[in-house]
Design a protein around this ligand. Structure first.
Ligand code: F6P
Length: 484
């Protein structure tokens, strides 16, 4: 590690590598942050920042995090001993920025999730949330400007921090800034649902960066289209998913960096005792039946309701599978403060209960739905799956689609939504489906269950090698290299 600021690498993201909980006696306990963005950085940052040193700047997400942020002696250390700095943003500002704008507006726009007869409503409440979102981005830009020296490279992550690249550029013109978007990007017709000033501010904010990255070519192309249509920027396309945007006084490069998985690291975790113990329990539960597995967050875009409906249709239309298959549907709770997520989770429980009531027998439980945060159990379920169901409506990438085949002991069939960024990476090795088409998803589940073991092995191995070729270290190194 050197003290040369131009070799320093700073990552900024909303969620960091650890978050804290507070025990009854007031003590703080640290736990690993979840999700694809954190996983990619956890696995890549140590190696990439090894020479010049690194820093991970993230937001305090809860009261326990804020408490920890006030005690520098508790400062967490990220991958490869990279120090972590948590920003203590006032709870009211954080809540409006995170729940009000990032999760309820930008996430919905990027995933095209609005139920348009009712949402969105861009009213006075939205304006108050937007003011908080600007303040939240300014807090990051201030902290980043403090940490940056001459030529420091800053990697800003995701839709929570769309404005931060421009705000940092204003404060520190010499910084080398990349923005990486882990979500899909909507075409201009949908994106322009945002109020005009907000639609412009988000694009302009991101274009404060030297380099803007996406997980799949279609998201990058949609972003370029928005820059052209909404900003009137001059866009040069070099190939699918890549180009340059000239806007205001600068040119920003746009490119695709698909995110894969470090297979050795993941398999090693999969061999640990806690995962093995879960695998034994789940195999006992299955009692020799085939397993259809899904592992998600309780997230609207993950499309759990249609996934369950497809399983029901499979059992209705192909009775030969009754008693011969069990569906493990696991998801860890997410964004439960939002009413849309509460209603959706209730619908998932309702449908699961209907399926059990329709098909269960004294000797067979067709579906085990469990919504809790249990990472070792998720790894175990992927390891013993016969069919893995990943059917999001839209998804930036979806790492479960890559991790499942890597963890799979005997090879699994992957039923994958063609609307996930991962579909471009794994291609025909998966059984690709239109996520809205419940019957086609039921057919694909059938094809996966009926597939010969050797064929499952072959497809799983192809997916694992495509994912491994894009390991997080490479994903991150490419972005750093793009900054020169
Ligand atoms: O952009 C995707 C992402 O950052 C993923 O990494 C993760 O699955 C999700 O969003 C995290 O959401 P949250 O931090 O709100 O739980």
């Amino acid at each position: 590690m050197t003290n040369d600021p131009s070799r320093l690498l700073i990552v900024a993201s909303n969620r960091g590598p650890v978050s804290y909980g507070q025990a009854a006696d007031g003590s703080l306990t640290a736990r690993r942050g979840g999700g694809g963005m954190v996983s990619g950085l956890m696995s890549g940052l140590g190696a990439v920042a090894a020479d010049g040193g690194g820093l991970w700047l993230c937001a305090a997400l809860s009261e326990a995090d804020r408490e920890a942020a006030r005690h520098p002696e508790l400062a967490a250390v990220g991958p490869g001993e990279v120090p972590v700095r948590m920003l203590d943003i006032p709870a009211g500002v954080f809540d409006k920025a995170y729940n009000g704008i990032a999760n309820s507006v930008l996430w919905f726009v990027h995933h095209m999730l609005f139920d348009t007869p009712n949402q969105p409503h861009f009213d006075a409440a939205f304006r108050a949330d937007w003011t908080a979102y600007v303040a939240y981005n300014e807090a990051f830009a201030d902290a980043l400007a403090q940490e940056c020296g001459q030529g420091t490279r800053v990697l800003i992550q995701d839709y929570h921090l769309s404005l931060a690249p421009r705000l940092l550029r204003d404060r520190h013109p010499a910084a080398r800034i990349a923005h990486f978007e882990h979500t899909p990007w909507a075409p201009p017709e949908y994106y322009q649902m945002l109020p005009d000033d907000v639609a412009i501010a988000v694009l302009d904010g991101m274009l404060g960066a030297d380099h803007v990255g996406f997980l799949a070519a279609r998201w990058a192309d949609a972003f370029l289209d928005c820059c052209e249509r909404v900003l009137g920027a001059q866009v040069t396309r070099t190939r699918a998913g890549a180009g340059r945007v000239a806007y205001r006084d600068r040119v920003t490069a746009v490119a695709v960096h698909p995110l894969g998985v470090d297979a050795a690291e993941l398999r090693a975790r999969g061999r640990e005792a806690d995962v093995r113990a879960h695998a034994r329990l789940l195999a006992e539960l299955a009692g020799g039946r085939q397993l259809i597995v899904r592992v998600d967050r309780t997230e609207l875009s993950k499309n759990m309701v249609r996934g369950l409906a497809a399983y029901r249709e499979l059992l209705r239309t192909r009775p030969e599978w009754r008693g011969r298959v069990t569906h493990l549907a696991f998801a860890y709770p997410s964004r439960s403060a939002l009413p849309e997520y509460q209603a959706y989770t209730a619908r998932v429980h309702e449908l699961a209960a209907e399926i059990s009531a329709e098909f269960r027998t004294p000797a067979w439980e067709p579906l085990i739905l469990d919504l809790k945060d249990d990472y070792p159990r998720s790894l175990a379920a992927c390891g013993i799956a016969d069919v893995l169901l990943v059917n999001p409506i839209r998804d930036g990438m979806n790492l479960v689609a890559e991790e499942g085949p890597i963890l799979s002991e005997r090879g699994c069939a992957l039923v994958l939504s063609r609307e996930a960024g991962a579909a471009a990476l794994v291609g025909e090795a998966a059984l690709l489906v239109n996520p809205y088409d419940v019957s086609a998803t039921a057919d694909a589940l059938h094809a996966g269950l009926a597939m010969q073991a050797a064929e499952r092995q072959r497809r799983s191995a192809a997916i694992a090698s495509a994912a491994t070729a894009r390991a997080p270290r490479r994903w991150l190194a490419e972005q750093v290299e793009a900054l020169g």
